[in-house]
Design a protein around this ligand. Structure first.
Ligand code: BES
Ligand code: MN
Ligand code: ZN
Length: 495
């Protein structure tokens, strides 16, 4: 989709559809008022007939606009006539884009950036428009024979006054970058495990490096990992015919020798559980176990496109987890790269095994902070559902910065405690620690396990098991938490 800033006055504008906001109690937004005047009270007529109450998210499409170069008008309810919450603003935008899925509508101009939104400027509002529209336009059709798309939207204009041009331009650039990052993340995540293997992910990373010369990509092979002593990671891939890869992305956009922000993403391209085999129902969704890795790729794409003045390192340990004659067995004990020994009591707790060696590996970058993203525990779904990602970490300042970014980005997070008491649950009779902590507090004990490999730097862990994809009828990747991480990086760069 093409995005552009539209400064043409409404009376001279030409498009397939104009999107304007209407508040409750028959109150019109500025653009709705202007159009109402130039159309002999058309909008007021519709409202007084009772066809639109102005409730947030309600829409009415006016299909004919007599004597106007604007072919259609989409009225969008905004709710009460007072500054909107960020959430309601996005709700109105989503309702608007969902009402435009008609093949005849190709070019639209959106006048919703003029709405007052609490604590938001034109830049933020522009960004949200691009993010919501782009997200709604996403369809995964590459593996279907019929490539017919639902929406034919080609061009989105964002109406803005000349006085706000700089802010809108900045919002547009950020929105485009984030939206593109989200699309990459969703596309990789929606691919099935037979296509999106560790090797495929590594190839995609190399492709990204070709597209963005500011990204340096290198791939560690199993032989490299052996030399580094990454036996926890390698123990997982040993049960699979697909070789493991450790993908590294280096974006040196900041000061020379400045400490980098390290992002680590779980890139498990299919999680069958290993010898502790998962149940059959819903197992297809374990193709999404690489969403953390896909998030790192999407976020680095966006960072490179925004040319953020930061040093960022992305690390993606990638493997399959399969049952096999050579796979990990319950009771096996292995020595991780850190030297700590691990007793595997459940081979399905494999994410922490590939992550722990990567956390140790991250030390060589002398990181400012390390943030890992992982579809790590089903328990996170039990605790928090599919609304917020889980947040745990060893540094309050980092956790608070992530929480603040999540609010701005509308990509929510909820912090869980990482108290000493929980570490007890990981005690092993035979090794330094066990890879599972029993049935209680599964998300916390998983993070406790990781914390033992992240002692030498500021670290936060995002459990995205409930937020990285949707299940059921609308099954598909969400691209979360790319918006949250991009916001965190933007805040770090300019905040
Ligand atoms: N990838 C799964 C976590 C998961 C499960 C995410 C369901 C989303 C939905 C992870 O590797 C796993 O299997 N975790 C186990 C841990 C357990 C054995 C301690 C789990 O959550 O059941
Ligand atoms: Mn598992
Ligand atoms: Zn897993």
């Amino acid at each position: 989709m093409d995005y552009a800033i539209e400064t043409t006055p409404l009376e001279k504008l030409q498009c397939d559809c104009l999107i304007v906001g209407v508040y409750q109690d028959q109150q019109l937004s500025a653009s709705a008022g202007a159009i109402n005047n130039s159309t002999q009270g058309l909008i007021n007529k519709i409202i007084s007939r009772g066809d639109l109450s102005g409730k947030n998210g309600e829409t009415v499409l006016i299909n004919v606009v007599p004597d106007s170069p604007i072919e259609r008008i989409l009225l969008v309810g905004l709710g009460e006539n007072q500054p909107l919450s960020g959430k309601n603003y996005r709700k109105a935008l989503l309702a608007a884009v969902n009402s435009l899925k008609k093949p005849q509508i190709k070019s639209v101009v959106c006048c919703l950036a003029e709405c007052d939104v609490i604590a938001a400027d034109w830049q933020w509002k522009t960004r949200q428009i691009v993010e919501v529209f782009n997200d709604a336009a996403y369809q995964f059709i590459q593996l279907k024979s019929d490539k017919e798309t639902e929406s034919r939207l080609e061009k989105l204009g964002i109406a803005a006054p000349e006085t706000e041009l700089a802010s809108v331009k900045a919002g547009l650039a950020q929105g485009r970058a984030i939206a593109e990052g989200v699309v990459l993340t969703k596309q990789l995540a929606d691919l099935p495990g037979n296509i999106c293997t560790p090797t495929y992910l590594a190839e995609q990373a190399l492709e990204l490096g070709k597209k963005y010369p500011s990204l340096d990509i290198s791939i560690l092979e199993e032989s490299d990992m052996e030399k580094l002593g990454m036996r926890a990671l390698l123990s997982v891939s040993r049960g699979s015919r697909q070789p493991a890869k450790l993908i590294t992305l280096n974006y040196p956009g900041g000061e020379k020798n400045g400490k980098p922000i390290v992002l680590i993403g779980k890139g498990l391209t299919f999680d069958a559980g290993g010898i502790s085999l998962k149940q059959a129902p819903g197992m297809d969704e374990m193709k999404y176990d690489m969403c953390g890795g896909a998030t790192v790729l999407g976020t680095l794409l966006a960072a490179a496109q925004m040319q953020l003045p930061l040093n960022i390192i992305g690390l993606i340990p990638s493997s399959e987890n399969m049952p096999d004659g050579d796979a990990n067995k319950p009771g096996d004990i292995l020595t991780s790269m850190s030297g700590k020994t691990i007793e595997i009591l459940n081979t399905d707790a494999e994410g922490r095994l590939i992550l722990c060696d990567t956390l140790t590996y991250a030390e060589r970058y002398n990181p400012d902070v390390v943030i890992d993203l992982a579809t790590l525990t089903g328990a996170c779904l039990v605790a928090l559902g599919r609304v917020p990602s889980g947040l745990l970490g060893n540094d309050d300042a980092l956790c608070n910065a992530l929480l603040a970014a999540s609010e701005t980005a509308n990509d929510s997070l909820w912090r869980l405690p990482l108290w000493e008491e929980f570490q007890e649950q990981l005690k092993s009779n035979f090794a330094d620690l066990a890879n599972i902590g029993g049935k209680d507090a599964g998300t916390i004990t998983a993070a406790c396990f990781l914390s033992q490999f992240a002692e030498n730097y500021h670290w936060a862990h995002l459990d995205i098991a409930g937020t990285a994809w949707r299940t059921g009828q609308t099954k598909g990747a969400t691209g979360r938490p790319v918006p949250l991480l991009c916001q965190y990086l933007i805040n770090r760069a300019y905040g």
